[in-house]
Write a protein that binds this ligand. Structure first.
Ligand code: SF4
Length: 63
């Protein structure tokens, strides 16, 4: 599994960070989310929910 954030789309709403704080981190300076731990996607299983709740479909999961 791989996960990426399409940075140009991210509006910094924070949904992904709220749902999956071990994986995503909101970079306040640029107002965009970053991935801090891809591996956590595998064992926490919250990345799909984060992607579904991203209002601009900026989170792409490749299986
Ligand atoms: S949910 Fe989407 S738009 Fe919101 S911070 Fe995360 S990646 Fe960015």
């Amino acid at each position: 599994m791989d996960i990426v954030i399409i940075e140009e789309r991210c509006i910094g709403c924070g949904n992904c960070v709220e749902i999956c704080p071990a994986v995503f981190y909101l970079d306040e300076e640029i107002g965009k989310s970053r991935i801090i731990d891809k591996e956590a996607c595998e064992y926490l299983g919250c990345c799909e929910a984060a992607a579904e709740n991203c209002p601009v479909e900026a989170i792409v999961i490749k299986v």
